[in-house]
Design a protein around this ligand. Structure first.
Ligand code: SF4
Length: 441
Protein backbone atom coordinates (compact mmCIF):
# COMPACT_ATOMS: atom_id res chain seq x y z
CA UNK A 1 0.00 0.00 0.00
CA UNK A 2 2.80 2.41 0.89
CA UNK A 3 4.70 1.65 -2.31
CA UNK A 4 1.57 2.31 -4.30
CA UNK A 5 0.94 5.58 -2.41
CA UNK A 6 4.57 6.69 -2.95
CA UNK A 7 4.12 6.16 -6.69
CA UNK A 8 1.14 8.50 -6.62
CA UNK A 9 3.05 11.13 -4.59
CA UNK A 10 5.95 10.93 -7.08
CA UNK A 11 3.51 11.48 -9.92
CA UNK A 12 2.05 14.62 -8.29
CA UNK A 13 5.54 16.04 -7.73
CA UNK A 14 6.58 15.26 -11.28
CA UNK A 15 3.61 17.20 -12.60
CA UNK A 16 4.86 20.16 -10.57
CA UNK A 17 8.21 19.92 -12.35
CA UNK A 18 10.12 18.08 -9.60
CA UNK A 19 12.45 15.17 -10.24
CA UNK A 20 13.91 12.58 -7.91
CA UNK A 21 16.98 13.81 -6.03
CA UNK A 22 20.00 11.53 -5.94
CA UNK A 23 20.17 11.93 -2.20
CA UNK A 24 17.99 13.28 0.63
CA UNK A 25 20.60 15.98 1.34
CA UNK A 26 20.20 17.44 -2.15
CA UNK A 27 16.41 17.51 -2.09
CA UNK A 28 14.22 20.64 -1.90
CA UNK A 29 11.29 18.52 -0.82
CA UNK A 30 11.41 15.59 1.58
CA UNK A 31 8.33 13.46 2.11
CA UNK A 32 8.06 10.78 4.76
CA UNK A 33 5.49 8.19 3.80
CA UNK A 34 4.90 6.52 7.13
CA UNK A 35 3.59 3.18 8.23
CA UNK A 36 2.47 3.26 11.82
CA UNK A 37 1.06 -0.18 12.48
CA UNK A 38 3.73 -0.39 15.17
CA UNK A 39 4.75 2.29 17.65
CA UNK A 40 8.40 1.67 16.72
CA UNK A 41 7.85 3.07 13.23
CA UNK A 42 6.38 6.25 14.68
CA UNK A 43 9.26 6.58 17.15
CA UNK A 44 11.75 6.29 14.30
CA UNK A 45 10.16 9.22 12.49
CA UNK A 46 10.06 11.29 15.67
CA UNK A 47 13.74 10.41 16.16
CA UNK A 48 14.63 12.26 12.95
CA UNK A 49 14.05 15.69 14.46
CA UNK A 50 17.72 16.64 15.01
CA UNK A 51 18.70 15.50 11.50
CA UNK A 52 15.91 17.49 9.90
CA UNK A 53 16.70 20.61 11.93
CA UNK A 54 20.37 20.42 10.78
CA UNK A 55 19.31 19.92 7.18
CA UNK A 56 16.96 22.89 7.30
CA UNK A 57 19.78 25.13 8.57
CA UNK A 58 21.88 24.33 5.50
CA UNK A 59 19.01 24.38 3.01
CA UNK A 60 16.71 27.36 3.47
CA UNK A 61 14.17 26.35 0.80
CA UNK A 62 13.76 22.77 2.04
CA UNK A 63 10.19 21.70 2.71
CA UNK A 64 9.46 18.62 4.78
CA UNK A 65 6.15 16.80 4.61
CA UNK A 66 4.73 13.73 6.26
CA UNK A 67 1.95 11.45 5.10
CA UNK A 68 0.74 7.85 5.47
CA UNK A 69 -0.78 6.14 8.47
CA UNK A 70 0.71 8.54 11.03
CA UNK A 71 -1.26 11.53 9.77
CA UNK A 72 -4.83 12.11 10.84
CA UNK A 73 -5.39 15.68 9.57
CA UNK A 74 -4.10 17.59 6.54
CA UNK A 75 -2.54 20.87 7.56
CA UNK A 76 0.39 23.27 7.55
CA UNK A 77 -0.52 24.83 10.92
CA UNK A 78 1.48 24.05 14.04
CA UNK A 79 -1.25 24.61 16.63
CA UNK A 80 -3.32 22.31 18.80
CA UNK A 81 -6.35 22.42 16.50
CA UNK A 82 -4.41 20.70 13.72
CA UNK A 83 -2.40 17.54 13.32
CA UNK A 84 -0.49 16.88 16.54
CA UNK A 85 2.53 15.71 14.52
CA UNK A 86 3.15 19.27 13.35
CA UNK A 87 3.17 20.38 16.97
CA UNK A 88 5.43 17.57 18.08
CA UNK A 89 7.81 18.01 15.13
CA UNK A 90 8.19 21.72 14.28
CA UNK A 91 10.69 20.71 11.57
CA UNK A 92 7.74 19.48 9.52
CA UNK A 93 6.09 21.98 7.19
CA UNK A 94 3.19 19.88 5.96
CA UNK A 95 1.16 16.93 7.18
CA UNK A 96 -1.24 15.47 4.63
CA UNK A 97 -3.58 12.51 4.60
CA UNK A 98 -2.67 10.37 1.63
CA UNK A 99 -6.09 10.77 0.04
CA UNK A 100 -5.38 14.54 0.07
CA UNK A 101 -2.23 14.11 -2.03
CA UNK A 102 -3.76 16.24 -4.80
CA UNK A 103 -3.78 19.14 -2.33
CA UNK A 104 0.00 18.92 -1.96
CA UNK A 105 0.81 21.71 -4.49
CA UNK A 106 -1.44 24.17 -2.64
CA UNK A 107 0.02 23.18 0.73
CA UNK A 108 3.55 23.66 -0.62
CA UNK A 109 2.61 27.10 -1.91
CA UNK A 110 1.10 28.00 1.43
CA UNK A 111 4.46 27.24 3.06
CA UNK A 112 6.38 29.11 0.35
CA UNK A 113 4.23 31.60 -1.60
CA UNK A 114 7.09 32.24 -4.05
CA UNK A 115 6.82 28.68 -5.29
CA UNK A 116 5.89 28.35 -8.96
CA UNK A 117 4.33 25.19 -10.22
CA UNK A 118 3.17 24.04 -13.59
CA UNK A 119 0.03 22.11 -12.96
CA UNK A 120 -3.28 22.21 -11.11
CA UNK A 121 -4.86 19.05 -9.79
CA UNK A 122 -8.40 18.08 -8.88
CA UNK A 123 -8.46 17.99 -5.15
CA UNK A 124 -9.36 16.08 -2.16
CA UNK A 125 -11.75 13.20 -2.78
CA UNK A 126 -10.80 9.57 -2.56
CA UNK A 127 -11.81 9.01 -6.17
CA UNK A 128 -9.45 11.79 -7.23
CA UNK A 129 -6.67 10.24 -5.18
CA UNK A 130 -7.23 6.93 -6.95
CA UNK A 131 -7.32 8.66 -10.34
CA UNK A 132 -3.79 10.06 -10.03
CA UNK A 133 -1.69 8.14 -12.53
CA UNK A 134 1.19 6.64 -10.55
CA UNK A 135 4.81 7.08 -11.44
CA UNK A 136 5.64 3.40 -11.61
CA UNK A 137 8.88 2.05 -10.19
CA UNK A 138 8.78 -0.66 -12.90
CA UNK A 139 6.56 -1.09 -15.92
CA UNK A 140 6.41 -4.88 -15.81
CA UNK A 141 5.07 -5.28 -12.26
CA UNK A 142 2.62 -2.76 -10.82
CA UNK A 143 0.48 -2.14 -7.75
CA UNK A 144 -3.11 -1.04 -8.16
CA UNK A 145 -4.95 0.21 -5.03
CA UNK A 146 -8.57 -0.91 -4.97
CA UNK A 147 -9.70 0.21 -1.54
CA UNK A 148 -8.42 2.11 1.44
CA UNK A 149 -9.19 2.35 5.14
CA UNK A 150 -10.40 -0.42 7.39
CA UNK A 151 -13.60 -1.26 9.27
CA UNK A 152 -12.19 -4.21 11.21
CA UNK A 153 -10.88 -2.37 14.29
CA UNK A 154 -8.37 -4.90 15.55
CA UNK A 155 -7.64 -3.71 19.06
CA UNK A 156 -3.88 -3.25 18.53
CA UNK A 157 -4.12 -1.35 15.22
CA UNK A 158 -4.32 2.38 14.51
CA UNK A 159 -5.16 2.08 10.80
CA UNK A 160 -8.96 2.50 11.08
CA UNK A 161 -8.35 5.77 12.96
CA UNK A 162 -5.68 7.18 10.66
CA UNK A 163 -6.71 5.82 7.27
CA UNK A 164 -10.38 6.09 8.11
CA UNK A 165 -13.30 3.84 7.29
CA UNK A 166 -13.20 1.42 4.39
CA UNK A 167 -13.79 2.94 0.99
CA UNK A 168 -13.76 0.92 -2.24
CA UNK A 169 -12.62 2.38 -5.50
CA UNK A 170 -14.88 2.56 -8.53
CA UNK A 171 -14.91 -0.79 -10.37
CA UNK A 172 -14.57 0.63 -13.91
CA UNK A 173 -11.78 2.94 -12.81
CA UNK A 174 -9.76 -0.04 -11.51
CA UNK A 175 -10.25 -1.98 -14.73
CA UNK A 176 -9.24 1.06 -16.80
CA UNK A 177 -6.07 1.49 -14.75
CA UNK A 178 -5.20 -2.22 -15.08
CA UNK A 179 -5.79 -2.09 -18.85
CA UNK A 180 -3.52 0.92 -19.19
CA UNK A 181 -0.74 -0.81 -17.22
CA UNK A 182 -0.99 -3.93 -19.37
CA UNK A 183 -0.92 -1.85 -22.57
CA UNK A 184 2.24 -0.21 -21.23
CA UNK A 185 3.90 -3.58 -20.62
CA UNK A 186 2.76 -4.86 -17.21
CA UNK A 187 2.84 -8.66 -16.95
CA UNK A 188 2.11 -8.69 -13.22
CA UNK A 189 -0.56 -6.74 -11.33
CA UNK A 190 -0.94 -6.71 -7.56
CA UNK A 191 -4.26 -5.40 -6.28
CA UNK A 192 -3.73 -3.73 -2.90
CA UNK A 193 -5.86 -2.65 0.02
CA UNK A 194 -5.77 -2.87 3.82
CA UNK A 195 -8.24 -5.75 3.68
CA UNK A 196 -8.31 -6.22 -0.05
CA UNK A 197 -10.94 -8.95 -0.22
CA UNK A 198 -13.45 -6.76 1.65
CA UNK A 199 -13.70 -4.79 -1.60
CA UNK A 200 -17.26 -3.51 -2.08
CA UNK A 201 -18.52 -4.96 1.21
CA UNK A 202 -18.04 -2.15 3.70
CA UNK A 203 -20.83 -0.24 5.37
CA UNK A 204 -20.11 2.77 3.12
CA UNK A 205 -20.02 0.59 -0.01
CA UNK A 206 -23.33 -1.05 0.85
CA UNK A 207 -24.91 2.31 1.63
CA UNK A 208 -23.84 3.71 -1.73
CA UNK A 209 -25.46 0.76 -3.55
CA UNK A 210 -22.68 1.02 -6.16
CA UNK A 211 -21.54 -2.56 -5.75
CA UNK A 212 -24.87 -4.39 -5.70
CA UNK A 213 -24.60 -5.30 -9.36
CA UNK A 214 -21.34 -7.16 -8.69
CA UNK A 215 -22.99 -9.87 -6.59
CA UNK A 216 -22.25 -11.11 -3.10
CA UNK A 217 -18.49 -11.02 -3.64
CA UNK A 218 -17.55 -7.90 -5.64
CA UNK A 219 -13.88 -8.84 -5.16
CA UNK A 220 -14.40 -12.15 -7.01
CA UNK A 221 -16.10 -10.25 -9.84
CA UNK A 222 -13.19 -7.83 -9.96
CA UNK A 223 -10.63 -10.66 -10.11
CA UNK A 224 -12.53 -12.33 -12.95
CA UNK A 225 -12.59 -9.05 -14.88
CA UNK A 226 -8.88 -8.29 -14.39
CA UNK A 227 -8.05 -11.88 -15.33
CA UNK A 228 -9.55 -11.24 -18.79
CA UNK A 229 -6.51 -9.04 -19.44
CA UNK A 230 -4.56 -12.26 -19.99
CA UNK A 231 -5.70 -11.82 -23.59
CA UNK A 232 -3.78 -8.53 -23.68
CA UNK A 233 -0.58 -9.93 -22.12
CA UNK A 234 -1.22 -10.06 -18.35
CA UNK A 235 0.49 -13.15 -16.91
CA UNK A 236 0.22 -12.77 -13.15
CA UNK A 237 -2.44 -11.44 -10.83
CA UNK A 238 -1.82 -11.08 -7.10
CA UNK A 239 -3.55 -9.33 -4.22
CA UNK A 240 -2.58 -8.30 -0.73
CA UNK A 241 -3.59 -8.53 2.11
CA UNK A 242 -6.79 -10.53 2.46
CA UNK A 243 -8.65 -10.77 5.78
CA UNK A 244 -9.74 -14.30 6.76
CA UNK A 245 -13.27 -13.09 7.55
CA UNK A 246 -13.99 -12.20 3.91
CA UNK A 247 -12.26 -15.20 2.34
CA UNK A 248 -15.46 -16.82 1.12
CA UNK A 249 -16.08 -20.09 -0.74
CA UNK A 250 -17.14 -18.02 -3.73
CA UNK A 251 -13.80 -16.24 -3.75
CA UNK A 252 -11.83 -19.49 -3.47
CA UNK A 253 -13.87 -21.05 -6.28
CA UNK A 254 -13.38 -18.00 -8.51
CA UNK A 255 -9.64 -17.86 -7.91
CA UNK A 256 -9.07 -21.48 -8.79
CA UNK A 257 -10.69 -20.94 -12.20
CA UNK A 258 -8.55 -17.94 -13.21
CA UNK A 259 -5.63 -18.12 -15.62
CA UNK A 260 -3.50 -15.39 -14.12
CA UNK A 261 -4.01 -15.72 -10.37
CA UNK A 262 -0.78 -16.68 -8.62
CA UNK A 263 -0.76 -19.49 -6.04
CA UNK A 264 0.40 -17.38 -3.13
CA UNK A 265 -1.52 -15.57 -0.41
CA UNK A 266 -0.40 -13.61 2.58
CA UNK A 267 -3.19 -14.16 5.09
CA UNK A 268 -2.53 -12.76 8.57
CA UNK A 269 -3.64 -15.01 11.45
CA UNK A 270 -2.02 -12.99 14.29
CA UNK A 271 -2.64 -15.70 16.91
CA UNK A 272 -3.42 -19.40 17.09
CA UNK A 273 -5.54 -19.06 20.21
CA UNK A 274 -9.22 -18.14 20.17
CA UNK A 275 -9.10 -16.16 23.42
CA UNK A 276 -6.19 -14.04 22.16
CA UNK A 277 -7.99 -13.56 18.84
CA UNK A 278 -11.03 -12.34 20.74
CA UNK A 279 -8.97 -9.81 22.68
CA UNK A 280 -7.46 -8.71 19.37
CA UNK A 281 -10.99 -8.39 17.92
CA UNK A 282 -10.00 -10.42 14.88
CA UNK A 283 -13.52 -11.79 14.46
CA UNK A 284 -12.69 -15.34 13.44
CA UNK A 285 -11.69 -18.51 15.24
CA UNK A 286 -8.56 -20.55 14.55
CA UNK A 287 -10.70 -23.43 13.24
CA UNK A 288 -12.24 -21.09 10.66
CA UNK A 289 -8.81 -19.92 9.50
CA UNK A 290 -7.61 -23.54 9.19
CA UNK A 291 -10.74 -24.43 7.22
CA UNK A 292 -10.15 -21.56 4.74
CA UNK A 293 -6.54 -22.66 4.19
CA UNK A 294 -7.68 -26.27 3.65
CA UNK A 295 -10.18 -25.12 1.04
CA UNK A 296 -7.59 -22.95 -0.71
CA UNK A 297 -5.10 -25.81 -0.78
CA UNK A 298 -7.64 -28.26 -2.10
CA UNK A 299 -8.62 -25.80 -4.87
CA UNK A 300 -4.99 -24.77 -5.56
CA UNK A 301 -2.72 -27.58 -4.32
CA UNK A 302 0.58 -25.75 -5.06
CA UNK A 303 -0.46 -22.68 -3.14
CA UNK A 304 2.05 -21.04 -0.78
CA UNK A 305 0.67 -19.21 2.24
CA UNK A 306 2.38 -16.77 4.55
CA UNK A 307 1.06 -15.04 7.64
CA UNK A 308 1.58 -12.44 10.37
CA UNK A 309 1.82 -13.40 14.04
CA UNK A 310 2.11 -11.19 17.11
CA UNK A 311 3.57 -12.83 20.21
CA UNK A 312 3.22 -11.43 23.72
CA UNK A 313 -0.13 -9.72 23.15
CA UNK A 314 -1.86 -8.38 26.29
CA UNK A 315 -2.67 -11.22 28.67
CA UNK A 316 -1.17 -13.98 26.47
CA UNK A 317 -0.78 -16.97 28.81
CA UNK A 318 1.75 -19.77 28.31
CA UNK A 319 -1.11 -21.96 27.12
CA UNK A 320 -2.32 -19.36 24.61
CA UNK A 321 1.20 -18.97 23.25
CA UNK A 322 1.58 -22.78 22.99
CA UNK A 323 -1.65 -22.92 21.00
CA UNK A 324 -0.19 -20.45 18.48
CA UNK A 325 3.04 -22.46 18.35
CA UNK A 326 1.12 -25.69 17.78
CA UNK A 327 -0.99 -24.07 15.09
CA UNK A 328 2.24 -23.02 13.34
CA UNK A 329 3.45 -26.64 13.46
CA UNK A 330 0.17 -27.75 11.92
CA UNK A 331 -0.03 -25.06 9.24
CA UNK A 332 3.67 -25.00 8.29
CA UNK A 333 3.31 -21.53 6.78
CA UNK A 334 5.76 -20.79 3.98
CA UNK A 335 6.78 -17.57 5.72
CA UNK A 336 5.66 -15.42 8.62
CA UNK A 337 6.15 -11.82 9.70
CA UNK A 338 6.64 -12.41 13.37
CA UNK A 339 6.51 -9.50 15.77
CA UNK A 340 6.45 -8.88 19.50
CA UNK A 341 3.51 -6.87 20.71
CA UNK A 342 4.17 -3.24 21.50
CA UNK A 343 1.28 -0.91 22.34
CA UNK A 344 0.51 1.64 19.66
CA UNK A 345 -0.70 4.96 21.10
CA UNK A 346 -4.38 5.67 20.48
CA UNK A 347 -5.45 2.05 20.00
CA UNK A 348 -7.99 0.18 22.11
CA UNK A 349 -5.35 -2.22 23.44
CA UNK A 350 -3.09 0.65 24.50
CA UNK A 351 -5.97 2.34 26.34
CA UNK A 352 -7.92 -0.60 27.76
CA UNK A 353 -5.71 -3.71 27.90
CA UNK A 354 -2.63 -4.26 29.99
CA UNK A 355 0.71 -4.76 28.24
CA UNK A 356 1.53 -7.30 30.93
CA UNK A 357 3.90 -9.72 29.20
CA UNK A 358 7.45 -8.95 30.35
CA UNK A 359 9.89 -7.91 27.67
CA UNK A 360 12.08 -11.01 28.32
CA UNK A 361 9.14 -13.37 27.93
CA UNK A 362 8.09 -11.72 24.66
CA UNK A 363 11.67 -12.14 23.42
CA UNK A 364 11.76 -15.79 24.56
CA UNK A 365 8.50 -16.58 22.77
CA UNK A 366 9.65 -14.72 19.65
CA UNK A 367 12.94 -16.67 19.44
CA UNK A 368 11.18 -19.97 20.11
CA UNK A 369 8.63 -19.31 17.35
CA UNK A 370 11.27 -17.92 15.01
CA UNK A 371 13.19 -21.21 15.15
CA UNK A 372 10.08 -23.01 13.93
CA UNK A 373 9.52 -20.32 11.29
CA UNK A 374 13.01 -20.91 9.85
CA UNK A 375 12.53 -24.69 9.82
CA UNK A 376 9.17 -24.41 8.05
CA UNK A 377 10.51 -21.88 5.54
CA UNK A 378 13.41 -24.15 4.60
CA UNK A 379 11.13 -27.18 4.38
CA UNK A 380 8.71 -25.31 2.12
CA UNK A 381 11.63 -24.38 -0.17
CA UNK A 382 13.16 -27.85 -0.37
CA UNK A 383 10.18 -29.29 -2.21
CA UNK A 384 11.03 -27.13 -5.24
CA UNK A 385 14.44 -28.78 -5.80
CA UNK A 386 14.43 -30.38 -9.25
CA UNK A 387 11.34 -28.43 -10.37
CA UNK A 388 11.39 -25.83 -13.13
CA UNK A 389 9.77 -22.57 -12.05
CA UNK A 390 8.70 -19.58 -14.08
CA UNK A 391 10.59 -16.63 -12.62
CA UNK A 392 9.79 -12.97 -13.27
CA UNK A 393 13.19 -11.27 -13.06
CA UNK A 394 12.86 -8.11 -10.98
CA UNK A 395 16.45 -7.02 -10.41
CA UNK A 396 20.14 -7.75 -10.86
CA UNK A 397 22.99 -8.16 -8.40
CA UNK A 398 26.33 -8.65 -10.15
CA UNK A 399 25.91 -11.69 -12.37
CA UNK A 400 22.92 -12.85 -10.32
CA UNK A 401 19.42 -12.42 -11.70
CA UNK A 402 16.80 -12.24 -8.95
CA UNK A 403 13.09 -12.67 -9.33
CA UNK A 404 9.92 -14.29 -8.02
CA UNK A 405 8.21 -17.53 -8.90
CA UNK A 406 4.43 -17.63 -9.26
CA UNK A 407 4.29 -18.79 -5.60
CA UNK A 408 6.29 -15.66 -4.65
CA UNK A 409 9.48 -17.55 -3.87
CA UNK A 410 12.63 -15.53 -4.42
CA UNK A 411 14.75 -17.29 -7.04
CA UNK A 412 18.35 -16.46 -7.95
CA UNK A 413 20.26 -17.68 -10.99
CA UNK A 414 23.27 -16.57 -13.00
CA UNK A 415 23.19 -14.99 -16.42
CA UNK A 416 25.18 -12.49 -18.46
CA UNK A 417 22.01 -11.08 -20.01
CA UNK A 418 19.88 -8.39 -18.32
CA UNK A 419 16.49 -10.26 -18.39
CA UNK A 420 14.78 -7.72 -16.06
CA UNK A 421 11.03 -7.85 -16.61
CA UNK A 422 11.15 -11.19 -18.42
CA UNK A 423 9.70 -14.50 -17.28
CA UNK A 424 12.40 -17.17 -17.40
CA UNK A 425 12.28 -20.94 -16.80
CA UNK A 426 14.67 -21.80 -13.98
CA UNK A 427 15.49 -25.31 -12.73
CA UNK A 428 15.87 -25.23 -8.96
CA UNK A 429 19.09 -26.77 -7.64
CA UNK A 430 19.39 -25.39 -4.11
CA UNK A 431 17.00 -24.33 -1.34
CA UNK A 432 17.85 -21.91 1.46
CA UNK A 433 15.66 -20.43 4.15
CA UNK A 434 14.88 -17.20 2.34
CA UNK A 435 15.52 -17.99 -1.32
CA UNK A 436 15.96 -20.65 -3.97
CA UNK A 437 18.84 -21.00 -6.43
CA UNK A 438 18.78 -22.53 -9.86
CA UNK A 439 19.94 -22.62 -13.45
CA UNK A 440 18.31 -21.16 -16.49
CA UNK A 441 16.72 -23.89 -18.63
FE1 SF4 B 1 -5.50 -3.01 11.16
FE2 SF4 B 1 -7.00 -5.17 11.63
FE3 SF4 B 1 -7.67 -3.44 9.71
FE4 SF4 B 1 -5.53 -5.01 9.35
S1 SF4 B 1 -7.65 -5.70 9.55
S2 SF4 B 1 -5.65 -2.79 8.93
S3 SF4 B 1 -4.73 -5.13 11.45
S4 SF4 B 1 -7.61 -3.03 11.90
Amino acid sequence: MNTSDSERIASVLERLGYEKAADGKEANMLIFNTCSVKQKAEDRVLGLRRQLADLKKTKQDLQVAITGCMVSKTSTEHDEKHDQLLRRMPELDIAFRIEDVAKLPKLMKKVDPSLEYKDELDEGTLENYFKIIPKKATKFSVFVPIMTGCDKFCTYCIVPFTRGREYSRDFTDIIEECKRHVEEGAVEITLVGQTVNSYGLSFNDKKSGKFEKFGSSPFSTLLREVDKLSENGLKRLRFTSPHPRDFTDELIGSMAALKTICPYFHMPVQSGDDRTLRRMNRNYKTAEYIEIVKKIKSAMPDCAISTDIIVGFCGETDEEYENTYNMYKEMEWDMCFLSRYSPRKGTYSEKKLKDDIPHELKAKRWHHMNKLLLECAEKSHKKYIGQTLKVLVTHINGNKRIGRSRAFKEVQFESDKDLTGQIIDVKITKAGIFHLEGERK
